[in-house]
Design a protein around this ligand. Structure first.
Ligand code: ADP
Ligand code: MG
Length: 227
């Protein structure tokens, strides 16, 4: 197994905006995230954090450059291969939880497992174990709408971890929460990532949380640079 969880080489992304204007966002990003490494991405709004995370999560494709997930190249990889990598290697946490409203917390954590072919009873057991780890044993049968913001985000993190990914990508995962809740959820996220030896790239604005990261990078002029 490769000891590199995520590699970006010469990654460029330009959006079309306005009449025939173009907006270059990423202008040749080079970045390596090693297995088990936790890196914070701290940069002002609008600099391309979400763009970068979406590319790394194979939710979008770059205009140029190569993105490797756990040593596997993705340039030109057919959608079926991209889907398999997303499902098996990548956990993604959004700022807004994006839970499925009509499914319970438990079902939300079971679904990605069942899509990956895990038997229902096993998926259920794993979901309950993960939710218990985040202090939600008493909330497994709740619909997302009946949970607090912090609880919703904990379920979203449990869902991201459900298929034992090698790489966790989180886009301002506590950005919607009040400061105290954000601190608690972030601590639990970090403990889970460290406990499972995952690599993580986390976009965050929370300066106080950075001391717990291995490394902090920023985006400047469309490139990732040390901060
Ligand atoms: P951040 O997450 O750091 O706030 P984003 O990656 O969301 O930054 O956005 C970077 C820039 O690209 C912003 O100027 C944003 O308006 C623009 N942008 C993002 N997504 C699109 C899109 N799909 N089409 C056009 N412009 C976009
Ligand atoms: Mg963003």
């Amino acid at each position: 197994m490769s000891n590199v969880a995520l590699s970006l080489r010469g990654v460029k992304k330009t959006y079309k905006s306005g009449e025939d204007g173009t907006l270059p966002v990423l202008q040749g990003v080079d970045f390596t995230l090693h297995a088990g490494e936790i890196v914070a991405l701290v940069a002002p709004s609008g600099t391309g954090k979400s763009t970068l995370l979406h590319l790394a999560g194979l939710l979008d494709t770059p205009d140029e450059g190569e993105i490797e997930i756990c040593g596997q190249r993705t340039h030109g990889l057919p959608e079926v291969g991209r889907t398999a990598l997303r499902r098996d290697q990548i956990g993604f946490v959004y700022q807004f939880h994006h839970l499925l409203a009509e499914f319970t917390a438990r079902e939300n954590v079971m679904l990605p497992q069942m899509i990956a072919g895990v038997r229902k009873a096993d998926a259920r057991q794993k979901a309950e174990k993960l939710l218990d780890m985040f202090g939600l044993a008493h909330r497994v049968s709740h619909l997302p709408g009946k949970l607090s913001g912090g609880e919703q985000q904990r379920v979203a993190i449990a869902r991201a971890l459900a298929n034992n990914p090698a790489l966790l990508l989180a886009d301002e995962p506590t950005g919607n929460l009040d400061v105290r809740t954000a601190d608690a959820v972030f601590s639990e996220l970090m403990a889970a990532v460290r406990g499972q030896g995952l690599a993580a790239l986390v976009a965050t604005h929370n300066e106080e949380l950075l001391t717990r990261m291995d490394r902090v990078v920023t985006l400047r002029d469309g490139l990732i640079v040390p901060r």
